[in-house]
Design a protein around this ligand. Structure first.
Ligand code: BGP
Length: 467
């Protein structure tokens, strides 16, 4: 049997995308609650105000998980729900919601895997000191993290500090597609360092508080491949890989920044505020595991036209075929050679296998969780049945890649499909579906099990044998 007996067969969501109840029971607005209200920023102006209404229906949702046999559920805690001002008074009603959810999961033998930051920064902190642009945010995050460890650490033993720093930072500070919608590459790099420090402080706090579980961080994993063998495409790929992989993974897993790349970006944008004490802090806080979110690889070419990435929603939501924010490279869309989803995301299970090998080669025997992987599609509905065969095919092929990695000795400990249920896609509204469970938005958000629900149920029951 290639999947270990304790392999975590899971599925994931994130607070803003699933909960709704955006202004209930003492919750304050996050930067997303404000951003979605700016005209033109999201698909047809969709918001997470109601989302899948998981906040009110979590019991029903957990029952569906239990019936499926789900081993673990990854979800995030909304920071402004538990600390409305970011670091001030605790909102006990918010704490109660997560406490109840955790208890409900445990009663049903489902292991909670909790993300602290899935992009919904309290608006109060953005207003007060520019959010992640300030070192003050590091202290605020530590306060939030400690609160969560204190209240939930007795029952939650798997923690992710941040979800996909590269996305909220690039979109937030270089392409204007996410809040705070700025275009300032220097800030992007500075923010990335402050977030790394916040991660490190949370890791140390977790250990110092005597918790027994594991703590890590989730990065995007998008292996880059030169589109052609030309020197200029290879050089472009060095830039893409240095930014997308080494700049983000090295500080978390090696406690340092890639030197050559740092030199190059500081020459271009200016000297970053990174002190020796900061670097010692990073070194002292190696993660217990790395979470990877994998959707697609990137085919990289030189950006000969010197085109700039634009701020429009479309070019930020289908990643292939756009120039990078820094203008040094672009991604290539080639429908003759590669297979794509409806949103032009390349389907390539081999690159998932390759991603794990690259991590293993650079950082050694670090345990890995695939914390997101899945197919965004518009599902076929026939007589109230959701026939999402393409999703089954997508997940099956990616799970085979996982199986191969495990057989080769990679310490892969779990797989979380994105997503558990149909939820808000940040920039594509409810049109782009990922879930095992359909949410009928025309019929009081009724839950309907998709074909993939039953398929995954069987995969879990056989521990992957029926793949
Ligand atoms: C990841 C995020 C998720 C989810 C997923 C799908 O980047 O961590 O929150 O949204 O991507 O993205 P999208 O909804 O844009 O298709």
């Amino acid at each position: 049997m290639s999947f270990p007996a304790d392999f975590l067969w899971g599925a994931a969501t994130a607070a803003y995308q699933v909960e709704g109840a955006w202004n209930e029971d003492g919750k304050a607005p996050s930067i997303w609650d404000e951003f979605v209200r700016i005209p033109g920023k999201t698909f047809e102006g969709t918001t997470g105000d109601i989302a899948a209404d998981h906040y009110h229906r979590y019991k029903e949702d957990v029952q569906l998980m239990a019936e499926m046999g789900l081993k673990s559920y990854r979800f995030s805690i909304s920071w402004p729900r538990v600390l409305p001002e970011g670091d001030g008074a605790v909102n006990e009603q918010g704490i109660e919601f997560y406490s109840n959810l955790i208890n409900e999961l445990l009663t049903n033998d489902i292991i909670p895997f909790v993300t602290l930051y899935h992009w919904d920064l309290p608006q109060a902190l953005q207003d007060e000191f520019g959010g992640w642009e300030s070192r003050q945010c590091i202290d605020a995050f530590e306060t939030f993290a400690r609160l969560c460890f204190e209240r939930f650490g007795d029952r939650v033993h798997h923690w992710i500090t941040f979800n996909e720093p590269i996305i909220f930072q690039t979109f937030g500070y270089a392409t204007e597609a996410h809040p705070p919608a700025k275009r300032d590459p220097f800030l992007l790099y500075q923010v990335s360092h402050y977030v790394n420090l916040a991660h490190a402080r949370a890791v140390l706090a977790y250990r110092e508080m005597g918790n027994k579980g594991e703590i890590g961080l989730t990065h995007v994993s998008q292996p880059c491949y030169a589109y052609t063998n030309s020197d200029e495409d290879k050089e472009a790929t060095w830039w893409a890989e240095s930014f997308g992989f080494h700049w983000y993974y090295d500080p978390i897993l090696k406690g340092e920044y890639p030197a050559e790349y740092r030199k190059a970006i500081e020459a271009q944008y200016g000297k970053l505020d990174i002190t020796d004490d900061d670097l010692s802090l990073l070194k002292s806080a190696r993660s217990d595991f790395i979470g990877i979110n994998y959707y697609q690889p990137a085919r990289i070419a030189a950006n000969n036209q010197q085109a700039e990435r634009t701020a429009d929603r479309e070019s930020n939501t289908s990643a292939a075929g756009t120039p990078s924010f820094c203008g040094r490279y672009r991604t290539v869309l080639d429908t003759d050679q590669f297979e794509y989803t409806r949103w032009s995301w390349e389907i390539c299970p081999d690159a998932l296998h390759d991603a794990m090998k690259r991590i293993h080669a650079r950082y050694g025997d670090i345990p890995i969780y695939i914390t997101e992987n899945g197919l965004g599609d518009e599902d076929l509905v026939v007589n109230d049945e959701i026939l999402d065969e393409p999703r089954i095919d997508y997940i099956r092929r990616h799970l085979l890649a996982c199986q191969q990695a495990i057989e080769e000795g990679i310490k892969l400990k779990g797989y979380y499909a994105w997503s558990w249920i149909d939820l808000l896609s940040w920039l594509n509204g409810y049109k782009k579906q990922y879930g095992f469970v359909y949410v009928d938005r025309d019929n009081k958000l009724k839950r309907i099990k998709k074909q993939s629900y039953f398929w995954y149920q069987d995969i879990i029951a056989t521990n992957g044998e029926s793949l």
